[in-house]
Ligand binder design. Structure first.
Ligand SMILES: C[S@@+](CC[C@H](N)C(=O)[O-])C[C@H]1O[C@@H](n2cnc3c(N)ncnc32)[C@H](O)[C@@H]1O
Length: 155
């Protein structure tokens, strides 16, 4: 069975174009951020958010290894997405990814929370361009496994 993250990548790859802007709202270890960077190419731009500095350090390492330099790393709660993404990108972002849960290899108790994720998803909708794509991957196997998918999709 194809992994959920691979399914998200496949769908995004069919929509996100070189030169576009994308957001990774949960950068983690940087796999999704690198995928977005390679999809938009050097003429594009990616904003990668994570609440943990250690996650952004992992992401920065991944980006450097893959020679991706068009990414802005932002250490903040993604509930602040509306404040940290420049207003000029409203209605212009090609893809926005949420990969919920905890940082693999990090503190499993520090997980995404429904309230801030919901605020981020609501704000993110306003940044998507017409025909753009937002993916939200929620995993079982952590304390928020039951609440997160319900609250993020129904508000
Ligand atoms: C499953 S991991 C993301 C995996 C990542 N996309 C990758 O490709 O490796 C979830 C990430 O969400 C981050 N996170 C948790 N709460 C957050 C919040 N409120 N705002 C932004 N990031 C958050 C965690 O620090 C963790 O790195």
């Amino acid at each position: 069975m194809t992994r959920l993250t691979d399914q998200a990548h496949e769908r995004i790859a069919s929509i996100l174009k070189p030169g576009e802007i994308a957001i990774d709202a949960t950068a983690g270890n940087g796999h999704d951020t690198c995928f977005l960077c390679s999809t938009v190419g050097p003429a594009g731009k990616v904003y990668a958010l994570d609440i943990q500095q250690t996650a952004l350090e992992q992401t920065a390492d991944q980006l450097a290894q893959q020679g991706c330099f068009q990414c802005e790393l932002i250490c903040c709660d993604h509930g602040l997405l509306q404040e940290v993404i420049p207003e000029q990108h409203r209605n212009r972002i090609g893809a926005i990814m949420f990969n919920l849960g905890y940082l693999p290899g990090g503190d499993h108790a520090l997980i995404t929370q429904p309230a801030s994720t919901l605020a981020a998803v609501k704000a993110a909708v306003n940044f998507l361009r017409p025909g753009g794509i937002m993916t939200i991957v929620a995993y079982p196997g952590h304390p928020g496994e039951l609440e997160e998918p319900k609250k993020t999709t129904t508000g």
